[in-house]
Design a protein around this ligand. Structure first.
Ligand SMILES: NC(=O)C1=CN([C@@H]2O[C@H](COP(=O)(O)OP(=O)(O)OC[C@H]3O[C@@H](n4cnc5c(N)ncnc54)[C@H](OP(=O)(O)O)[C@@H]3O)[C@@H](O)[C@H]2O)C=CC1
Ligand SMILES: CC(C)(CO)C(=O)C(=O)O
Length: 308
């Protein structure tokens, strides 16, 4: 399975590096990383606390690497850019030729943007692997998780089954799911409850389990589940709240991706998480005051940094 990974940052380099043990992989990334990969290969390192990858890493794989994502050809294109770069990725991929495109991004609306621009099937996906680009040509797996993928509208998909088998054969933990809309919305409900709050309050994920942040996190999660149902995706409040608190408990000592972005002075994925929920709620005449406030505050921070 020839694979193009569009967005060779942390997640894209990890997934691309793991796949390159088995398949021809092309990474589309930035200059310094691409140069390092071309010169010395891509080094995969074990960044897990418990040495979960010991024995398999460090290892060096040799994917092809380029800074130009236009006019590429592959069986599969995996999109691993931040959500605010999805449209640019779609525009570049539209100049190439692929049998399928798979998003592994966080947030909502990425698959829709890709599908609106591309003539090939777009699959939905999520990744619970932890990845960190430690420097040019060096990526660490900070947590072994899994990739879940399937038809973006839900239901059976022979294409998703085929890609799922190929990812599994390359040693990636993979699940093919028939309920991707529910999974994406539930993940968004988790992120809506954790990411912006921890970014704004400079706390670790576990903080949302305790007063006074817990009320705000639960309100954001409940609002998200309500909007999901208004979009015909069945996400009961009880399940969304349980998922948010389960993830916060399991990752209590972790720094959320949005807090990491804020700490690094980078643009966040607020538009694809709380912001997306505000937009869908607005279209349906629903009030989502908690998500609206969190979105406004994170956008105000981004504006203050000159990031938007
Ligand atoms: N990291 C993780 O552990 C996980 C991440 N995710 C999700 O995966 C997605 C990617 O996250 P992550 O890997 O952390 O993000 P990164 O910012 O590390 O990776 C994205 C990379 O793509 C590059 N890029 C963007 N546009 C282009 C382009 N047109 N051409 C070439 N390179 C480009 C970026 O460069 P530049 O920064 O210079 O623009 C960056 O290096 C997000 O949606 C995230 O939420 C999901 C699960 C786990
Ligand atoms: C699940 C969670 C909240 C883990 O930190 C995450 O997905 C993120 O930080 O973006």
């Amino acid at each position: 399975m020839e694979t193009l990974v569009f967005g060779a940052g942390s997640l894209g380099s990890l997934v691309g590096g793991l796949l390159a043990r088995e398949y021809d992989v092309t990474l589309v990334g930035r200059e310094d990383h691409v140069t390092a990969v071309r010169e010395s290969g891509l080094r995969l390192e074990d960044g897990t606390d418990d040495g979960a990858l010991e024995g398999e890493t460090p290892t060096t794989t040799r994917p092809t690497a380029t800074t130009d994502g236009r006019n590429q050809e592959a069986d599969l294109a995996i999109v691993a850019v931040k959500a605010f770069d999805t449209q640019a990725a779609a525009d570049a991929l539209a100049t190439g030729s692929f049998d399928a495109v798979l998003s592994l991004q966080n947030g909502l609306g990425n698959e829709e943007q890709l599908a609106n621009r591309l003539d090939v099937p777009v699959l939905a996906g999520t990744a619970t692997y932890g990845a960190l680009l430690r420097g040019p040509g060096r990526v660490a797996c900070t947590g072994v998780g899994e990739i879940t993928l399937g038809a973006r509208e839900g239901g059976e998909s022979a294409l998703a089954d085929r890609i799922g088998r190929a990812l599994t054969a390359a040693g990636l933990e993979t699940t093919v799911a028939t309920d991707m809309p529910r999974r994406l919305w539930e993940k968004a409900a988790v992120n809506a409850g954790i990411n912006a709050i921890t970014a704004l309050t400079a706390t670790e994920n576990g903080a949302v389990l305790e007063a006074p942040a817990n009320d705000v996190a639960r309100a954001a999660t409940r609002e998200t589940a309500r909007v999901a149902r208004a979009c015909d995706v069945r996400v009961p409040n009880r399940e969304a709240l349980a998922a948010m608190e389960r993830v916060a408990e399991h990752t209590a000592a972790n720094t959320s991706s949005m807090r990491q972005d804020v700490l690094a002075g980078r643009r966040t994925e607020i538009d694809a998480i709380n912001g997306y929920i505000v937009d869908r709620a607005g279209e349906r005449g629903l009030e989502v005051p908690t998500n609206r406030t969190l979105t406004a505050l994170v956008r105000a921070w981004e504006r203050g940094q000159g990031l938007r």
